[in-house]
Structure formats: C-alpha cells, structure tokens
Design a protein around this ligand. Structure first.
Ligand code: ADP
Length: 265
C-alpha cells in the first residue's frame, strides 16, 4: 500500500510536474504566438498593395476609352505598389531568415568610416532634394570586424528614417566616434520627434507612429526591427532618445573586435 505520505508525494509530483511543464512551455508558446502574429500582420500588409494593384488593373482593363492621363495615373499606382511589395517581401525574408537562424553574417575586417562614407554619398542627394543638410563626421576605424553590407544596411535604415521625418530646412547628422572598446554611431535629426509613449515600441515589427504616413512614404514598419537585429548580431546595442521640439537621436554601440564567433560561423 502507498500510505498517506506516498499519496501526497504522488499528488505533488503530478501537479508539480504539470506546473513545471507549463513553465517550460511558456517561452515556446510565447514564440509561437509571436510567429502567428507576425504571419497575420505580414499577410495583412501584403494584402493592401495587392488590393490596390487589382483595383487599378481592373480600371485599366475596363476603361480602354479612358484618357491617357487617367490610364497613366492607374498604371503609376500599380508601379508604386509593386515596388512597395518587393521592399516588403525583402524585409520579410530578412526577418524570417533571422528568426530561423538561417541568416549568416559575412565577417570581414574593413574600414568602418570608409563604409559609412560609401553609404552616405547616395543619401546626400535624397537629403538635398528635400533641402536638408546632411552633416557627417567620422573618426577613423580602419579595422572593424563585422559584416560590412549589414552595417551599411543599418546605416541606410537610420539615415533614411531621419531624412523622411525631418522637414525642409532641417539637419541630419551622422557621427562615428572611436571609444576605448567600441565604435559609437550616432544618427540625429532636427525632425518631428517621436512621442514618448511610442518610443519603446518603435523597434517592434510593423510598429509605426503614423501608419498611413509611413505607407505613403514607402515604409514597411520593419526597418528598425532589422536595424536592431543587425546591431544585436554584432553584439551591440541600439538606443533612441527623442524630443518633440528638437528631434531624434539613435545611438548604436558596436564592440570593437569582440564579435561573437557563433553568430559569424
Ligand atoms: P518605417 O518603414 O515606417 O520607417 P521603421 O521600423 O523604420 O518603419 O520605423 C518605425 C517608426 O518609427 C516609423 O514609422 C516612425 O513612426 C518612427 N521613426 C523612426 N525613425 C524616426 C525618426 N528619425 N524621427 C521620427 N520618427 C521616426
């Protein structure tokens, strides 16, 4: 016979086991829920341009007698939504690969300031077109270990955002500072700023302070999630501070020569 102690032991083992199993499952369930949300959001984001493309295609096909101007307008919508979709698919693929650990960093040793110079040059004309001054200042970091293309991608995301959210006449600055153990990359702007209640959410996937404006500017809401992944995969940190009357500052710290070997295999 079991006896009272044995019975109590069995009951405790049963419920304790369930409790522990639930506890062990919690992070898995959380990841699973996040993935489901991601797929749902991604499908929704893809459906919007598809609907616009279909509607305008029907207009073109159904109105052959319509003026050239209108036909061109409809085709223009189809073109810009097609572009949006391909950016969106590229960004989604990046994050899907990152999630499944299939994204591999291609590590080399390169000049960080030179890489930034190459990245900034094409963005200068985008800033100039909007009458925004782009001010650059780079310390020399000739031998930085990391993935050059991804560091460039991170820089483009931050600069592109800064230019988009700054009014004509404003300033966007990019600074690279060499510190004892890390490189500090600062992208700041004199733009509209980010309201405090949104600040901690802007790195979330698809999060946008003003969804329709982001869409109108070709945004996917995934840029900062990608920027964060790139920073983290270099063992770095990314921080944001913002003031509605002054603008926004993104600070990226990247350790020098301390790249995690596992992430780079
Ligand atoms: P998006 O494709 O919309 O730019 P991101 O992930 O790059 O997506 O940015 C998320 C949101 O963060 C943007 O929609 C915008 O609301 C806000 N944001 C990012 N950078 C800035 C900035 N420099 N100034 C003001 N708001 C910004």
């Amino acid at each position: 016979t079991l006896g009272l102690a044995g019975l109590i032991y069995l009951i405790l083992a049963f419920f304790g086991g369930r409790f522990l199993a639930d506890k062990a499952m919690a992070p898995i369930q959380k990841t699973w829920r996040r993935q489901q949300e991601f797929v749902a959001d991604a499908s929704h984001e893809l459906r919007t341009p598809l609907t616009i493309i279909r509607t305008n295609l029907e207009l073109v096909q159904g109105n052959p007698q319509e003026t050239i101007e209108n036909q061109e307008k409809w085709l223009g919508y189809i073109e810009s939504e097609t572009k949006r979709m391909s950016t969106l698919v590229d960004d989604l693929l990046f994050l899907a690969r990152a999630d499944s650990d299939a994204l591999i960093l291609e590590k080399t040793t390169f000049s960080l300031d030179q890489a930034l110079r190459e990245t900034t040059a094409p963005l200068e004309s985008m800033a100039n077109k909007k009458n925004i001054a782009l001010i650059t200042s780079y310390d020399s970091i000739p031998a930085f270990a990391g993935d050059e293309n991804k560091i460039k991608q991170l820089t483009v995301i931050l600069l592109d955002n800064a230019i988009k959210h700054t009014s004509p006449g404003g300033t966007v600055s990019i600074d690279l500072r060499k510190k004892a153990s890390h490189a500090e990359l600062i992208v700041s702007d004199t733009g509209e700023g980010i309201p405090r209640e949104h600040l901690e959410k802007i790195f979330e996937r698809f999060y946008r302070v003003d969804k329709s404006r982001s869409r109108a500017q070709g945004g996917t809401g995934l840029g900062l999630s990608i920027a964060e992944w790139i920073t983290r995969s270099h063992n770095g940190t990314i921080k944001v501070s913002s003031d509605l009357s002054k603008g926004t500052i993104f600070t990226v710290d990247l350790p020098l020569n301390q790249i995690d070997k596992k992430a780079l295999q």
